[in-house]
Design a protein around this ligand. Structure first.
Ligand SMILES: Nc1ncnc2c1ncn2[C@@H]1O[C@H](COP(=O)(O)OP(=O)(O)O)[C@@H](O)[C@H]1O
Ligand code: SF4
Ligand SMILES: [Mg+2]
Length: 368
């Protein structure tokens, strides 16, 4: 994490946890629903105007994390500071007044567009509600904004007359009209074909104010690489790797899960379901109540013959293994430490706990 971030963060979220379920059904009736822990203590620090990518397979908790940051979903625990304020202390009835500055672009923005309103009317309404701008000043701003997105001629069109890519651009234009300081963009290009995707991304990044920061959520590593200053990799509600732009290179060492995501972006690698099916009962026997939760899929651990050791006993925390790169992996951490202080050449020695790894500073893993 860069010093500038630590000096003046826009957002500082530490130890965010969320579990769904666990209560009774509606009106306290019905059986108790099984609790589903989704976030296990996630940290994120962002500076103004930065783009942080959040990547992970479907179901890993990315959307829930984005919603927790904006309090669209309330986190169970953790702290969130936004522009120096304790964001979780803002009363719920005070949140609406803050929505203009902290926005979410949803995975399916179509639902937010009223089919009976023209595009111009949508944008004018946003200006009125969030910035109090009306009349000819609003008309001018709307046209200028649409022009930035290459859509000035669509001001009188209805949502039903636009293509998928155009609707996305309208949704982004509307978000940026409020001059937000933080935008959580949740899969804003999913389902678009490649050329439209590039157009939408370009529009998003070009049209923003310099101070607008994005948390850019996607399972598409190509998209994330294109836009991000920094990438967080999430696996089942835990961040397993953080890399700054210069480390976003598949040729460099990465957490085995990140490697899998890089490979998935380039070739036809098996999905998690296919691997589960192939390894079958053998994988289901693995006790994940302790040790590294990535173990069932980990090529390093399987390749080493699934040894007992730190991988099976200790949840790895995020530690720095290179400048601007932290990973949650015992083996990679020990390898990084051994570059400083060489150890035995026995290949299984890398499955021992590192003796004195360097803490990454602001990000430490929790133990549940
Ligand atoms: N409101 C909810 N109630 C219960 N479970 C939920 C809710 N929202 C998300 N989940 C569960 O949380 C997990 C993570 O979901 P999500 O954050 O949407 O993941 P991602 O965005 O990475 O695909 C999933 O198992 C999902 O079913
Ligand atoms: S800690 Fe062990 S099981 Fe987990 S990712 Fe690293 S090598 Fe694999
Ligand atoms: Mg999602």
């Amino acid at each position: 994490m860069t010093d500038s971030l630590n000096a003046k963060p826009l957002l500082k979220a530490i130890g965010i946890r969320k579990t769904f379920g666990g209560g009774k059904g509606l009106f306290g009736l019905g059986p108790r629903r099984a609790p589903t822990p989704v976030l296990h203590g996630v940290d994120l620090i962002m500076g103004p105007g930065e783009v942080t990518g959040l990547i992970g397979e479907s179901g890993s908790g990315k959307t829930t994390f984005g919603k927790c940051l904006l309090r669209i979903v309330e986190p169970d625990s953790g702290t969130v500071e936004l522009e120096g304020r304790d964001w979780l202390a803002v009363p719920r009835n005070g949140l609406q007044a803050e929505r203009a500055r902290y926005q979410m672009i949803y995975q399916n923005p179509y639902a937010c567009l009223n089919p009976g309103l023209t595009i111009g009317a949508h944008l004018r309404e946003t200006l009125k509600v969030f910035r109090g701008v009306v009349g000819s000043e609003a008309d001018d701003l709307v046209v200028r904004e649409l022009r930035r997105f290459g859509m000035a001629e669509k001001v009188r069109s209805y949502p039903g007359e636009l293509s998928g890519g155009e609707k996305r651009r309208v949704s982004v234009a509307r978000t940026l009209l409020t001059r937000p300081s933080l935008v959580v963009a949740d899969e804003p290009t999913s389902g678009l074909d490649a050329s439209v995707k590039a157009d939408v991304l370009d529009a998003m990044l070009q049209a923003r104010d310099v101070e607008t920061a994005y948390l850019f959520i996607s399972h598409d590593l190509d998209v994330i690489r294109f836009v991000s200053d920094r990438i967080l990799v999430m696996y089942r509600g835990r961040i397993v790797e953080v890399m700054e732009r210069e480390r976003i290179d598949p040729e460099l060492p990465h957490h085995p899960y990140t490697v899998r995501l890089f490979e998935a972006a380039r070739a036809d690698v098996p999905t998690q379901e296919e691997i589960d099916a192939r390894q079958g009962a053998e994988l289901r026997d693995i006790d994940l109540s302790q040790g590294c939760s990535y173990r069932p899929l980990c090529d390093i651990w399987h390749g080493a013959g699934r040894p007992e050791g730190p991988c099976t006993t200790d949840l790895p925390g995020l530690l720095q293994i290179a400048p601007n790169q932290t990973v949650a992996c015992h083996v990679m951490q020990e390898e990084a430490a051994s570059v400083v202080a060489p150890k035995s050449s026995d290949p299984t020695s890398s499955l021992e706990v590192p003796e004195s790894p360097e803490r990454s500073g602001n990000i430490e893993e929790s133990t549940s």
